[in-house]
Each structure stands twice: as C-alpha cells, then as structure tokens.
Design a protein around this ligand. Structure first.
Ligand code: SAH
Length: 348
C-alpha cells in the first residue's frame, strides 16, 4: 500500500491497525505532507521500531530527480522525475510577480491524441497515483527551497481521465494538515471529457477549470482534437456553463494558435459567437511546434489581431507568456526527448 496517497483519516485507520497510538498518524502525516520527508529514516520523532514496521508494510513514494533544466530567458525550471517503476514524468516550476506555480503531470503519456501535443505520441502508459502527483510538488519545493503558491494540472496527461486520483490529490494538497494550498490557486485543464466536467462541477470546489478549445467550430476542433468526435463542441460549452453555474468560477478557454489552421479573422469571429455569452477568460497560446508534426506558430501580428478581435467583443483575452521556450517547455517534449535519447544509446 502506498502510504503517501492516504488521507489523514485513512492513515488513522492504518495506524490503528498497526496497534499504534492515534497521535502517531498526525505525526506521520506531518512528516510526509508538511516536512516533505523523503523516507521513513528522516522521521526522527518516531520510534525506530515503528519506522521499521512502516517500511515493511507500506511503500513510500519519493520521486527521483533525473534532470533539471533552467531557462536562461526567465528562470523557469523543468524537472524530469523517475517513478518507482522506471517511468518518467515532467513538471515545471515557474516564477511570476504574484508568486510561483508548479505545472504537474497527471498521467504517464496520454491517450487523447491531440494533433499538436508531444505527450500523446506514444499513447497512455498509466495513471499517476495521488502520491505521485503530490510528490512532483514536494520534490520541487524541496529542491528550490520555496513554498509553492499555485498549481496547474497542465503537464502530461488528461486529468479528467484519472478522475478519482485527481480528486484525492486535490483533497490532500488543499488539506490544512498538509501544504494547505488554496483551491482558488489550483487550475485543472481538460480536453473536454463532458461527464467528468459535470461531475467536477458537482463537487463544488473552488478550483479553476480550463478547457482546451483550440477550434471555434465543431469541424475545426475535430481536426486538431480526436476527443471532439466524442463530445460535440456545444455539449462541451454547455458543460463549461454548468461548471460556472455550480461553482461561480469563471472558466478559462485555452486556444493554441496554429499558423494558417485556426488563427484567421473568421476563426476569431466564430470564437466570439461560441463563448460570447459566458463568463470566461480566453488564454491564447502560440502553438509550440513539435518536430513530429508540421504545425507552425501563428505570426505575431495574427496573434495580436486575434486578441484584438476578442476584446472588441468584450471577451477577456490574454496571450500566454511563453515560459521556458529554450528548455522544451511544451507538454511532453522533455520526457520524450529523454526516452528517445536513451533508446538510441541502447541501440548502439
Ligand atoms: N490534457 C489536458 C491537460 C494537458 S495539456 C488538456 O488537454 O487540457 C495542457 C495544455 O497545453 C492544453 O491546452 C494543450 O492543448 C496544450 N498543448 C499541448 N501541446 C501543445 C503545444 N505543442 N503547443 C501549445 N499548446 C500545447
């Protein structure tokens, strides 16, 4: 059993099963989720006999840092971690004026197949456990020596395709007995799995939901995102409206601008009609080209024009600051480059 994925209440039950005093659960939880211990050995106020018992009965997840790359442009740091089964995940640390943010992965690989995304090229390997999501944040916080203020679940994987682990993760990272990060400082990005967007709305959390839209009509969206064949664009927008109605949280639409594909005046007009009635925010992302596909970035003037068109219709739109461009900033590029480099070494 993976001890770091247990909530405090679940941990209390386990501690009772071991015949230990209840206060030990709180101590143990604090070591794992506040002091960010890397193993049982560090838990010096627990008796050695208890630490041995824990080690014999519970796996302790602690990610191994494989590489860290620091951007010379903006100080963004990209971490590559190894999981206990040898799989690799990547996470990013970004510094802003108002705090810092960690972008975490939710799965090893992804099965959603978005055409411009590097994370999906080899499909889905497996879901990440709550502890593996938490430990991306813990490992980065330890390594940098700073508290993390914001979390975006926008790394590799589709978080709503790993629903129950995602929810347990959110519960634990916002727990006042742990890092106690505010729900309002958490953003979950989805390609639009409608039933789980509604389920999430019904949880009535205060997290921000970001929808990867990327196309402003059903036909355009379908070209870029295979998941759009399953859920019609109107159904996805309805689910966003539902999320706002249930939670009062403004939804973010992510729109990656691909040169000549979805960045024309007509695309901007269609986007205005699509989201016009919603309390939302549009985040324009110049696509980060990956070598496996021939998509190109929109020209700067088209990006600015697109933004202007939205603003004219009173739709709040920002252009995402591109952070860590020089260090494989786009989803899945680092993990992929590392695995292919290792494979080619083995081939020699
Ligand atoms: N699966 C989730 C979260 C991970 S992707 C989702 O689809 O939202 C996070 C965001 O990065 C998504 O909006 C995704 O479409 C976008 N993205 C992926 N690859 C990209 C690239 N090469 N350039 C620009 N944005 C990209």
């Amino acid at each position: 059993m993976d001890i770091k994925s247990l909530s405090l209440d679940e941990l209390k039950l386990e501690v009772a099963k071991l015949g230990e005093k209840p206060y030990r659960a709180k101590q143990l939880y604090e070591w794992m989720h506040i002091k960010l211990a890397r193993g049982y050995d560090e838990m010096t106020n627990l008796p050695k006999s208890l630490r041995e018992k824990l080690a014999a009965n519970y796996e302790y997840i602690s990610l191994k840092e494989v590489t860290v790359q620091t951007s010379r442009l903006d100080g963004t740091k990209k971490f590559l971690f190894e999981l206990s089964d040898g799989n690799l995940v990547e996470s990013v640390w970004m510094q802003y004026h108002h705090g810092n943010a960690v972008c975490i992965s939710s799965q090893v690989g992804c099965r959603m197949g978005c055409r411009f995304c590097a994370s999906t090229l080899d499909g889905l390997e497996r879901n990440l456990t709550p502890s593996e999501m938490l430990d991306q944040i813990y490992a980065i916080s330890r390594s940098i020596g700073e508290r993390v203020s914001n979390i975006v679940v926008m790394g590799t994987g589709e978080p709503l395709d790993n629903y129950s682990n995602l929810l347990q993760f959110i519960d634990m990272i916002t727990d006042e007995n742990g890092l106690n990060i505010s729900q309002r400082n958490i953003t979950v990005s989805t390609c639009g799995i409608v039933e789980n967007m509604k389920r999430l709305a019904d949880e009535k959390l205060q997290i921000t939901l970001a929808l990867s839209l990327h196309g402003s009509t059903q036909a355009k969206r379908q070209e870029l995102m295979p998941i759009a064949r399953k859920y019609d664009i109107d159904e996805v927008i309805d689910a966003c409206r539902y999320y706002f109605d249930k939670t009062g949280r403004r939804v973010t639409f992510e729109y990656s601008l691909v040169g000549g594909v979805n960045d024309t005046d007509e695309d901007a007009e269609n986007l205005c009609s699509l989201v016009g009635g919603l309390n939302c925010h549009v985040n324009l992302i110049p696509v980060n080209p990956i070598k496996e596909r021939d998509f190109v970035e929109s020209e700067r003037k088209h990006v600015l024009n697109f933004q202007k068109k939205l603003e004219k219709r009173h739709i709040n739109a920002t252009i995402r600051r591109e952070m860590g461009r020089d260090i494989d900033g786009a989803c899945g590029q680092l993990r992929r480059r590392h695995s292919t480099a290792t494979e080619s070494v083995q081939e020699i």
